[in-house]
Design a protein around this ligand. Sequence first.
Ligand code: ADQ
Length: 483
Amino acid sequence: MDVTCLVTNPLVVVTNREPYIDEKIGSGIRTIQTAGGVVSALDPLLQEMGGDWIAWGSGSADRVTAPRGMREVPPKHPRYRLHRVFLSPSEEQGYYTHYANQGLWPLSHMLVERARFSRRAWPIYRAVNQKFARAAAATSVPGAWVFSHDYQLALLPAQLRTMRPDVAIAHFWHIPWPAFPVFRLCPQYQEILRGLLGADVLGFQTSDDVDAFLHAAHRTLKAPVDFDAGHIVWEGRPVHVRAIPISVDFDAIESLVRHPRIARWTGGIRRKLARRDRILGISVDRADYTKGIVPRLQGIREFFQRYPERRGQVTFLQIVVPTRSEVQEYRNLYHQVEEETRRLNREFGDDDWTPVITIRRHIDRARLMGLFRAADFGLVSSLFDGMNLVAKEFVAAQIEGRGVLLLSESAGAANELADAFPINPLDAEGFASTLHEALNIPPAERHARMERMREHVQQHTIYDWLQSILLALSEVSAAYARE
Ligand code: ADQ
């Protein structure tokens, strides 16, 4: 889908994470393009249209390649400008590690006992948001469209609006929006709401998130809310609050898995599995407590206990990439996953069969999609998850329609992938029997379920998501022009 024709005004993207990161490797510098849905949708668009991207310059060589904060990217064929916001170690701690990752992240995932809000971190979070807002204000030409992202930058929309009332602002919240009694536990919840309401368009993953947000705005700020239209009047301006579910690039995934090199590799995996009469299940997550990795291992233990005939037959491949290792809880989780896995393998495995194989690193995307294609089932067991792109990637990669998907009902993707087998990550017995049921359905049904999900993902791609945002921005711009 070509969305370039929708970009009628200069576009400024603002994210915490940068699309290109420069790292010192030995005596040289390596530029790495960061992965993820947002980068994969917006980088090609900016490459085509030009524009500006503002992000935290977190790479070890970022200041070398952009001494004044700006560098053109992609490095070999520059097409747009990347503006790096540099943070001091204490800014990084207060803004990123503490307020965003130890406060807003767990609270938004309703894991209230993990959330910590320190009085010291809050002014730093606010000041860093202001830094990003200043960079966006300085970069935006009159009437520009600013597209900012996520819980790290919740205050930016209002800060930017104060500096630049002429720009149209869309902000997308990638994670769940919690129910009001949970959200209220954030000591600065009113400021967070006011910050977000500086946007013209607020995007959330699901209609539940939209409802919860509208409810919070109504309760807290007494703002007039039209719940049906998803519309708030705030400081005399309309704010459009919409469910715009993020997705994947279906065609790109299909062509990756059809590539002869990957197809050969995938074929090799299938032949090995067939020779040993094995079934392969796969899960892929950042090592984050919201992803329900330990509960999933408990479900797997229950499965082998209840269905001993499956021992020696089903292998779980879990790809767990370490993340946010500056936070103690994440390091603990990582060890816990390793410990649980070892215990399970000792209990059930033998010389010939390892029930759970763990890969602890980032995997090349083409191979990752190849693994999805080769697998007999995919597992997503998040406790809460805004969307979960892995579920959609698994579906897009399953070109033979061989696999089944077990999907947590608490992931946003469950609203769309109705043919997945729903699981409750906290119900180990339920997980075991659902997996048993899923593995026993006839191939024709498996195929039909996967086909229906594939059709859905093919019709709702990352470009549809982007198109909705761009259309909303152009409506806002048109309304500004009429004023
Ligand atoms: P995340 O919490 O990071 O995103 P998710 O949506 O699953 O979660 O995206 C993870 C991405 O990283 C996927 O594209 C996956 O393939 C990739 N990935 C993970 N582990 C990998 C590994 N070891 N090797 C290679 N690639 C790996 C947040 C929200 C989600 C929301 C997204 C997008 O928490 O709910 O879906 O943003 O809005």
